[in-house]
Design a protein around this ligand. Structure first.
Ligand code: RIB
Length: 285
């Protein structure tokens, strides 16, 4: 069982399901509203846990009721939360999400307490691998990249400027198609592996411009793609940390991401290892 530390965000997701997403300036009505635990960091932590890793989450939440709601599944399922700090007077991170019948979404995040995860508050336990994303201050990611001695993974989401030292340090960088386009040539600074996802078209794992593996996910009926990328990131990290070969690891990660798209909500949709194995067996890959 690999040990994984996730440095990242915790949000409460307020999710409106609608027939179609509004265009700018348009109002659409008739939505159903739900609340789910979310946040890229928290989703990746729980996904890794459900896939069999031993996981510690380093994060900040507010001192409000939303914090308990956002942490509920992580706590219930045994993610180590001793390094998750409550920030007095802060609101917990909140994401406003609209999900269309096609499974596509729009997400707006109000980071709240996630902004408080500064380098001064960062404490890193020993672990085989560390995963971070970009919903917490970039300086903290820079510090984590410099201090952590194990396998370092960065999911460059949401796309924003990141210090080149992070790209140079990363053993694995994960981007989706639009993030890959946003970063463009700056990804050439990466000396480790880059995993690029293309939704239903699959994913590519490469290193210094050379493909290591390519795969397509099993065919699924997409209900909500929220957290599919988080699940892919966690699954690829777990698989590679276990010593799986690139091809096998990428196939596992694509199937895990696809499984997460079959259910509504971020954390309720994260698959277990058995779910992924079943999907690979039933749906090809
Ligand atoms: O990646 C999905 C996540 O992005 C959601 O759970 C939401 O909280 C936003 O952070």
């Amino acid at each position: 069982m690999p040990s994984i530390v996730v440095v990242g965000s915790v949000n409460l997701d307020l999710v409106a399901t609608v027939d179609r997403l509004p265009t700018p300036g348009e109002t659409v009505t008739g939505a159903d509203l739900n609340r789910f635990p979310g946040g890229k960091g928290a989703n990746q932590a729980l996904a890794a846990k459900r896939l069999g890793a031993d996981v510690t989450l380093v994060a900040c939440v507010g001192d409000d009721a939303a914090a308990d709601e956002a942490l509920a599944l992580l706590r219930e399922e045994g993610v180590e939360l001793g390094m998750c700090q409550r920030i007095a007077g802060a609101r917990s991170g909140t994401a406003l999400i609209a999900v269309a019948a096609s499974g596509e979404n729009h997400i707006v995040v109000a980071p709240g307490a996630n902004r408080a995860l500064t380098p001064e508050l960062l404490r890193l336990p020993e672990a085989d691998a560390l995963i971070c994303q970009l919903e917490t201050p970039i300086e903290t990611i820079v510090r984590a990249a410099a201090e952590f001695t194990g396998w370092f993974v960065v999911n460059l989401a949401p796309a924003m400027h990141v210090d080149v030292s992070v790209l140079q340090r990363a053993d694995l960088v994960v981007v989706n198609e639009s993030e890959a386009a946003w970063y463009g040539d700056s990804l050439r600074a990466c000396s480790g592996m880059i995993a690029t996802t293309f939704g239903a078209a699959g994913a590519v794992l490469s290193k210094r411009g050379e493909d290591l593996a390519r795969t397509k996910p099993p065919r699924i009926e997409a209900v909500d793609t929220t957290a599919a990328g988080d699940t892919f990131t966690a699954a690829l990290t777990v698989a590679l940390a276990e010593g799986q070969e690139p091809e096998e690891a990428l196939k596992f990660a694509c199937a895990a991401g696809a499984a997460a798209a079959t259910k509504l909500g971020a954390q309720p949709s994260l698959p277990t290892r058995d779910d992924v194995i079943r999907l690979l067996a039933d749906g090809g890959g």
